[in-house]
Write a protein that binds this ligand. Structure first.
Ligand code: ADP
Length: 475
């Protein structure tokens, strides 16, 4: 058997491989029935022959679906850990690239590698990025490319016989609805398991798992406190519960206390809620100030969407009735080929800056909130994608999976170039918002009054509002 480490040098750099994940089913709490089902699979994987004699085979593919942060990756790692098998992980989005033919060959690499270590586990996170319905919505582009990748996955799944040394493929998605039905057919991902939000008891159990390495005044107090937190965290995911305990640990250390107390836990809970990362429609009261901030955000995003309409993807409407980290603006699903030019990528960075630029304009630089933080994150990601993964910039004609692959002087070059794109994007965005200030105000007013606004009305306002001429901004 070749050493797993040698993989790093192969073309398959995008695969992260682990000889032993070290994760067990004990690390996953709540939803015991999921563990029972997966334990069965582990048993089959471990005593391959014994089960084969009885005619029981391991499924080829297991699909875990449910909201982000509910432990799908954790479960996949636990299967590998419990069965003692090597774990090959990729993200579906890694297959989708500019260059035709790359997706299919990446899939081949992945399966080839996993097979040479069989029995082994392949984990494809966000499998919807490559496995969504053919001919369906093509968000992010690369339709034909992705389709070839998907076909290759199907070929690979059909290719190996169940009786030979097994490669178990585990897929994860939060969009079961958009997966290509071909993936779900018998002999492919034929075991589909929903990983949902934990119940109150489940939350208590998850909190206990993550409290294992934390100090409390006593076991009794720990039980009481964690029960209370479990009560207060309806709709929280495992990842968010873990965050609460980590945050409480940090607060405890900062205050120089020896153990986590009720105050720290409640404070951590408040912070976790404050980040509004639950992805839930929040139907409860939204504070007035936040409403105003959301309305400005949506109005700014709307004006930018008129100024730089996203190619092939018209917007439909927006509202301020829910709190999300990304703008609430909704777009139509698009079908067919998408054709994004370099300028489209750059414009998308400009658009992503809108929430940050408007917030600074309206509330002042010392009064920004998480809305700005999220926008900055999104804009930087887009800039990095353009620089590292398209080969279209001064950075060079190469593809880099991520920053951590870069040697130091390239990392500096990346930083300089990213700063330059961010500077241009912020200036351009600011210039557009100043030019269309009156449209922004009108749309904001309507949002505050009615809670929502449709594309048609946005376009009307955009076209008919007075404009203030601005000096030109060049890249
Ligand atoms: P997903 O793949 O569904 O997005 P992850 O497996 O990446 O979610 O979850 C992130 C982290 O949250 C895990 O590493 C784990 O620490 C914690 N977590 C999530 N769900 C659970 C759970 N049911 N029990 C214990 N920890 C959990």
């Amino acid at each position: 058997r070749q050493a797993l480490g040698s993989l790093g040098k192969s073309r398959a750099k995008f695969i992260s491989a682990e000889e032993r994940t070290g994760v067990t089913f004990d690390d996953f709490a709540g939803q015991e029935y999921i563990k029972r089902e997966l334990q069965e699979i582990v048993r089959i994987l471990k005593n391959d022959e014994e089960f084969q004699d009885k005619g029981i085979y391991c499924p080829k593919g297991v699909l875990l679906h449910g909201p982000p942060g509910t432990g799908k990756t954790l479960l996949a790692k636990a299967i590998a850990g419990e069965a003692g098998l090597p774990f090959f992980a990729v993200n579906g989005t890694d297959f989708v690239e500019m260059f035709v033919g790359v997706a299919a060959s990446r899939v081949k690499d992945l399966f080839g590698n996993a097979r040479s270590f069989a029995p082994s586990i392949i984990f494809i996170d966000e499998i919807d990025a490559i496995g969504s319905k053919r001919g369906g919505p093509d968000i992010g582009g690369g339709g034909a490319e992705r389709e070839q990748g998907l076909l290759q996955i199907l070929t690979e799944l059909d290719g190996f016989k169940v009786s030979t040394a097994q490669v178990l493929v585990i897929g994860a998605t939060n969009r079961l609805d958009i997966l290509d039905p071909a993936l779900l057919r018998k002999g492919r991902f034929d075991k589909i398991i929903r990983v949902g939000l934990p119940s109150k008891d489940g939350r208590f159990a998850i909190l206990k798992v993550h409290a294992r390495n934390k100090f409390f005044r006593s076991e009794e107090e720990k039980e009481i406190l964690l029960k209370e937190i479990a009560e207060l965290t309806e709709d929280f995911t495992g990842a968010e519960l873990q965050n609460i305990l980590n945050e409480a640990g940090i607060l405890t250390a900062r205050k120089d206390l020896g153990y986590i107390g009720r105050d720290e836990l409640l404070e951590a809970l408040k912070r976790q809620k404050g980040t509004f990362e639950t992805g839930q429609e929040d139907s409860t009261e939204i504070p007035e100030e936040l409403k105003l901030r959301l309305a400005y955000r949506e109005a700014a995003v709307a004006v930018l969407a008129c100024y730089f309409p996203e190619p092939h993807r018209p917007f439909v409407e927006t509202d301020i009735n829910s709190i999300r980290s990304q703008p609430n603006m909704r777009y139509t699903d698009i079908s067919g080929q998408v054709f994004a030019r370099k300028s489209d990528y750059i414009n998308s960075i400009v658009r992503a800056c809108a929430p940050r630029v408007i917030e600074e304009e309206m509330f002042g630089i010392d009064n920004l909130c998480w809305i700005s933080a999220k926008a900055t994150l999104e804009a930087s990601r887009r800039a990095e994608f353009l620089i590292l993964q398209t080969g279209m910039t001064a950075f060079g004609k190469a593809y880099y999976k991520n920053q951590s692959d870069l040697v130091p002087n390239l990392a500096m070059k990346l930083e300089a170039l990213r700063d330059e794109y961010m500077r241009y994007a912020t200036e351009k965005c600011s210039s557009v918002l100043n030019e269309y200030q009156s449209a922004v105000e009108t749309i904001t007013d309507i949002l505050l009054e009615k809670g929502q606004i449709k594309a048609e009305e946005i376009w009307q306002i955009y076209k008919s509002s007075p404009r203030v001429a601005q000096p030109s901004v060049s890249p």
